[in-house]
Every structure is written in structure tokens, then in C-alpha cells.
Design a protein around this ligand. Structure first.
Ligand code: GDP
Length: 296
């Protein structure tokens, strides 16, 4: 069962509602479509692009209102298929090191726990580093996730040096022959130099012992914030070399359309999506599966 029902009703139910009793796609209907795309938070740029495609196809693939739904399904899919889907199956010498960054409340710690569970379920050995020593509850929260997912946790005290946590976690991952080391950082943007310093220090520590680490830096974005997530991602990209995004809380928003503009405009792959608060509620992002979940 799809968890994207709120986004789905914002787009598809409303598109379907345009159809009954109408025989042509007129200007009024075009305005309504545009409004629907805005409501799903596709943003100005992506909405404009979709509307251009609609206009170009009027009288061709779009002859009657009933053609709208399949047309939009295909076009939106083609718009996000370019960067490919996010499952990280690249083979590297373990341990693979993943840095998790994002603002407070975006779902960073929860996502770290879900990722650990996801990899452990695949038979991998996971070490978690509680390097978000800034937010008071982050360490205990990660400890709870580590217990639930059966990951090994390395933690220090609240306020400790994040790179010291990363150092211990690196040693632990190597001695345990872990496959994956996931580092939950306090990587938020108070100031750019501050963020760069913190992540730079962590990177230096882990790369000393693990070649090429960190291999991935994933930015966690709150999916309920729609276009704001896009703006936030843009800011982070100016400062950090991000290799993937994770969009959370897509189960509780009608603004899931923002993901389309994020992929389209930022050209960074979405690796996973969060669709609930439980361990299992993380999915590798797959463009087709996502569009199917919305369009049914
Ligand atoms: P952090 O401050 O970035 O580490 O954020 P947390 O991991 O503490 O998450 C903030 C809140 O969002 C918590 O209440 C989580 O349960 C909730 N949350 C995280 N991911 C999801 C998701 O995919 N769906 C829903 N519904 N809630 C989520």
C-alpha cells in the first residue's frame, strides 16, 4: 500500500476531478492544472516546464481531458528518471563511510536508525557514530535506534568533539570488520565556515584510516517543507559536496511534488525516502515506483 496518499490526492484526484462533463482542454483547464501542480509544491520552475510540455502536446498526445492523467504520469516520470535511482550498490572496500547531515528536526537521527536497520537486514555489519553531540537528545535517541536495529553504537557525552566520536567509530568499524559506518553529524548550517570546519574535521579523521572516506554525504531534507527543502538543499550544496538526498516524512505531506523539482533542478540523486516513523519506513528511491505510488 502506498504511503504517498496525500500527495497523490493533491495531484491525481484533482486532475481526475477536472475530467467529468468536459470535452476539451481549454485555457481554464490549463490554469487549473497549473494550480494543481503548485499545490503539490512542484515550484515555479518545474511547474512552468510541465505546463510547456502540456501546451506543446495539445491536440497531439493531449486530445481530451482524459488524456491528462497518463500524460502527466509519463512526463513527470521522464523528468525525474534522468539522474537514475538511488540504490547504492557500488562495490567498495569496506567499511563504507556515510555522513548524514541536515538541519534539526529534518529526521536525521531517525533516518540514521532506519538506514542501519536497512543494511543490517541485508546482512551487513553496521557501526553507528553519534557525532551529533550538539542536540541534547540526539545521542539517547540514536542509542534507542541502535538497540532496535542491532547496530553497534559509538558515543561520547553531550557536547563532546564530533571528530573524536568519528575517530573512535572508525577504529571500531575497522576492528569489527564492519561493512558500513554511518555518522550522524550535527551538520547544520549556522554558518558556512562552521559547517565546513565540522565536516572537514570529521572527514580528515575518517580518511586517515579508511581510504576515500567519507564515501557518501547524504543531506536529510524534511519533505513536509516542500519548496523550502529545495532552497535549503541549494544552500547546503554551496558549502558541502553532497552525494545524495534523503527526503523524509513523505507519508505526512501533500507536498511530495517538491521531490520532482529537487531532482530536476539540483541534479543530485535522491537516495532514499522516509515514509513513516518506524524502522522499516525507509525506501530506496525509485523514480518509477514513486510515480506509480502517486498516479496509482
Ligand atoms: P533530527 O533532529 O534531524 O535528528 O530529527 P529526528 O530524527 O529527531 O526526527 C524529527 C521528527 O520527525 C521525529 O518525531 C521523527 O519521528 C519524525 N520523522 C522522521 N522521519 C519521518 C518520516 O519519514 N515520516 C514521519 N511521519 N515522521 C518522521
Amino acid at each position: 500500500k502506498s504511503r504517498l496518499t496525500r500527495t497523490s490526492s493533491t495531484i491525481v484526484d484533482r486532475i481526475e476531478n477536472l475530467v467529468p462533463g468536459r470535452t476539451e482542454i481549454d485555457d481554464e483547464m490549463l490554469d487549473e492544472i497549473e494550480e494543481i501542480l503548485f499545490a503539490a509544491d512542484l515550484g515555479v520552475k518545474t511547474t512552468t516546464e510541465v505546463m510547456d510540455r502540456v501546451r506543446t502536446n495539445l491536440g497531439r498526445r493531449l486530445k481530451v481531458p482524459a488524456d491528462l492523467r497518463p500524460f502527466l504520469r509519463d512526463e513527470l516520470l521522464s523528468m525525474i528518471s534522468v539522474t537514475g535511482s538511488g540504490d547504492d550498490t557500488e562495490v567498495r572496500q569496506p567499511p563504507e563511510v556515510i555522513l548524514i547531515i541536515g538541519v534539526n528536526g529534518s529526521g536525521k537521527t531517525t533516518t540514521t536508525g532506519k538506514l542501519a536497520y536497512n543494511y543490517i537486514k541485508q546482512g551487513k555489519k553496521v557501526v553507528l557514530a553519534a557525532a551529533d553531540t550538539f542536540r541534547a537528545a540526539a545521542i539517547e535517541q540514536l542509542q534507542m535506534w541502535a538497540e532496535r536495529s542491532k547496530a553497534h553504537l559509538i558515543k561520547h557525552q553531550h557536547g563532546a568533539d564530533p571528530s573524536a566520536v568519528a575517530y573512535d567509530a572508525t577504529k571500531s568499524a575497522l576492528s569489527r570488520e564492519a561493512d558500513i559506518l554511518i555518522i550522524d553529524t550535527a551538520g547544520r548550517l549556522h554558518t558556512k565556515s562552521n559547517l565546513m570546519d565540522e565536516l572537514g574535521k570529521i572527514a580528515r579523521v575518517v580518511s586517515r584510516d579508511i581510504h576515500g572516506a567519507p564515501h557518501e554525504t547524504w543531506l536529510v531534507l524534511d519533505g513536509t517543507s516542500g519548496q523550502n527543502a529545495l532552497n535549503q538543499a541549494r544552500q547546503f550544496l554551496q558549502t558541502v559536496n553532497i552525494t545524495g538526498f534523503i527526503l523524509t516524512k513523505l507519508d505526512s505531506t501533500s507536498k511530495g511534488g517538491a521531490i520532482i523539482s529537487i531532482i530536476r533542478e539540483l541534479k543530485v540523486p535522491v537516495k532514499y525516502i522516509g515514509i513513516g516513523e518506524d524502522l522499516e519506513d525507509l525506501q530506496p528511491f525509485d523514480a518509477e515506483r514513486f510515480i506509480d505510488a502517486i498516479f496509482g
